[in-house]
Design a protein around this ligand. Sequence first.
Ligand code: C5P
Length: 235
Amino acid sequence: FFAGVGSKPLAGRRALVTSGPTREPIDAVRFIANHSSGKQGHAIAAALSHLGAETVLVTGPVNLPDPPGLSVVHIESAREMLDACQQALPADVAVFAAAVADWRVKDAAASKIKKGKGAPATLELTENPDILKTIATATGNRRPALVVGFAAETDDIVKNATEKRARKGCDWLLANDVSPASGTFGGDANTLHLVRDGGVEDWPRMSKTAAADKLAGCVADYFKDHPAREAEAAS
Ligand code: C5P
C-alpha cells in the first residue's frame, strides 16, 4: 500500500492551469481586458492540487484569493502568460481556462496618452500568441501528456467545440455555454460539455467548484491508465 494513493491519485504529477483575463496595455494607464472572473480556472487548480498534483496556477488580474497549497504566478498580458506557462513546464497535465485577449495594441505607449494631444483615432491591434495551441503543438517533454482547452460558445456549442479541439491540438476540450441567458460569465455555475476522442459527455449545470472536481476526477482517471513520466523515462 502506498500512502495517499487513494486520496491523492495525482501525487507525483505536475499540473499547469491558466485562469482569469489578460490585460493588454494601451498606454501607461489604460488597458483592454474582459469580464473573466477566474472562478473556474482557480477552482480547477485547487481541485487538481487537492488530488495531489504539484500545481502551478498562472493567472491574470482577478478578485480572488490565491488558492492555498499551490504555486501562483500573477501576470497581466497574454505574452507574460505564455512566458509563465513555458517556465512552468514540463507538466503532466495543462488546463487552459484563461480568457486570453485575442488581440493587443500594436505599439502601446510607455506614458499616458494625453486627451486631444496625439490621442489616436484608432488603435492598431496585432494578434496575441495562442497559448493553448502553442503548448498543445509543442514537442517532446514541452508537450504535457494531457492538454485541456476551453471553448466559450453561444451557438452550435458542441459542433464548434469539436472543430476547435482539432484546430488547437488539445486532447480534451470543455465547451462552455456562455450565452447571455446562461449567466456563466462571472456567475458561480457552469454548463459544460467534455469533448474527447471517444465522444461528447454533456455535464449537467453545476457549480464551478463541482465542475472543477469533476474535471479533476476525469484527469485522475486518465492517469490511472498512463504511467508517470518517471516510469516512462525508466522503461
Ligand atoms: O480560440 P478561443 O479563444 O475560443 O480558444 C479558447 C481556448 O484557448 C481556451 O482554453 C483559452 O484559454 C485558450 N487560449 C489561449 N491563448 C489565446 C486564446 C485562447 O490559451 N491567445
